[in-house]
Write a protein that binds this ligand. Structure first.
Ligand code: NAP
Length: 282
C-alpha cells in the first residue's frame, strides 16, 4: 500500500520503520529533515501525501496536526476520495471532530488512532490502537494496525479514540504519581527503592506503568520514552476537556502543579518518570 508517514519522533519513526518492514511503499516527512531507510523522503506533507492511499500522522499536539493538515504545504491540498487520514497523535477530541469534517469535505476519510505502549511498544510493533471512526474504514485498516500493534480497539465514531486515550493517560499520570509519592515517603523511612519495586511486582499494585517505568527509575535514567512536556500537554488536554464537560479532576489538578515544577526545573525534555525527583524535592 502507498503510505505517507508524517512525523518521525520517538513514536512516529519506529512506526514508519515497521510499515517499511511490512512491505509498504512509504514516503516520510518530518518538520526538521529526517529520513527512514527504505522509504522516500518528501519536502512537504502535501508532497508525501500526493499519491498516498493512507496518510498517517504522529506529531506532538493539536496545533501540529492542524499545521500538517491545513498549513502551508499541508495535506489538505492533495486530499481526494479514496484516501484515509489516520492520526496517531494524542490531541483534543473536539479538534479531531473538526479536522475530520474538513478532511471529509475533500472526499477523504479520517480516523483517530492514538496509541499506547510508548517507545518500546512502537519499536516492537506491540502498540494498542485506540480507534475512532466509521466501522468499515476501521476494519479496512486492520492489516495496517496489526503491522504496528498487538491490538486494535474501536471505541466509537471519530474523536472517540482521542476521548478514550486521554482517559488512559489520566490513569498513567495518576498511577505514576502514586509510585513517585510512595518512593518519596518510603525513601525517607529508609526503605530501599529496589525493595519497594519488588513489593509492587509481587502485589496487586503491580501495573504496566510500574513494570515499564521502575527499571528506569531505579537507574535514575530520565532519557525520554515519553517526554514530560508531552505528558503535561496531555494533562492540559484532560483538564480543559473536563472543564468543558463540567467534570472535576481534583487529583490531576494537583499533579499538574508537580509537572509545572518539573518543567521549571529543566525536565521538560526528560521522561515524565523524572517527576520522581520533583516529588522528592517538594
Ligand atoms: P516527539 O518525539 O516529541 O516527536 C514529535 C513529532 O512532532 C516530531 O516529529 C516533531 O517534529 C513533530 N512536530 C512538533 N511540532 C510540530 C509542528 N508544529 N508541525 C509539524 N510537526 C511538528 O513525540 P512522540 O513521543 O513521538 O509523540 C508523538 C505523539 O504521540 C504525541 O501526541 C504524543 O503525546 C503521542 N504519544 C507518545 C507516546 C510516547 O510514549 N512517546 C506514547 C503514546 C502517544 P521535529 O522533529 O521537527 O521536532
Amino acid at each position: 500500500m502507498k503510505i505517507a508517514y508524517l512525523g518521525l519522533g520517538i513514536m512516529g519513526r519506529p512506526m514508519a520503520v515497521n510499515l517499511v518492514k511490512a512491505g509498504h511503499e512509504v514516503t516520510v516527512w518530518n518538520r526538521t529533515a529526517k529520513s527512514v531507510e527504505g522509504a522516500k523522503t518528501a519536502a512537504t506533507p502535501a508532497e508525501a501525501a500526493k499519491d498516498a492511499e493512507v496518510v498517517w500522522m504522529c506529531v506532538a499536539d493539536t496545533k501540529a496536526v492542524e499545521t500538517v493538515l491545513f498549513g502551508a504545504g499541508g495535506v489538505e491540498s492533495v486530499l481526494r476520495p479514496g484516501v484515509t487520514v489516520i492520526d496517531s497523535s494524542t490531541i483534543a477530541p473536539k479538534a479531531t471532530v473538526e479536522f475530520a469534517k474538513r478532511v471529509r469535505a475533500k472526499g477523504a476519510e479520517f480516523v483517530d488512532a492514538p496509541v499506547t505502549g510508548s517507545k518500546v511498544g512502537a519499536e516492537n510493533a506491540q502498540l494498542l490502537f485506540i480507534v475512532g471512526g466509521p466501522e468499515k474504514t476501521v476494519e479496512a485498516l486492520d492489516p495496517l494496525f496489526r503491522a504496528l500493534g498487538k491490538k486494535v480497539i474501536r471505541v466509537g465514531e471519530t474523536g472517540a479514540g482521542e476521548s478514550a486515550k486521554i482517559g488512559m493517560n489520566l490513569m498513567i499520570a495518576s498511577i505514576f504519581e502514586g509510585f513517585a509519592e510512595a518512593l518519596a515517603l518510603t525513601g525517607k523511612l529508609g526503605v530501599k527503592p529496589e525493595i519497594l519495586v519488588e513489593l509492587i511486582e509481587n502485589s496487586m499494585i503491580r501495573s504496566g506503568v510500574t513494570d515499564y517505568k521502575s527499571k528506569f527509575v531505579l537507574k535514575q535514567d530520565w532519557s525520554a520514552n515519553f517526554p514530560l512536556r508531552l505528558m503535561l500537554k496531555d494533562i492540559h488536554l484532560m483538564l480543559d476537556t473536563a472543564k468543558d464537560e463540567g467534570v472535576k479532576l481534583p487529583a490531576l489538578t494537583e499533579i499538574e502543579k508537580v509537572y509545572q515544577k518539573a518543567v521549571a526545573a529543566g525536565h521538560a525534555d526528560d521522561d515524565f518518570a523524572s517527576t520522581v525527583e520533583t516529588v522528592r524535592g517538594l
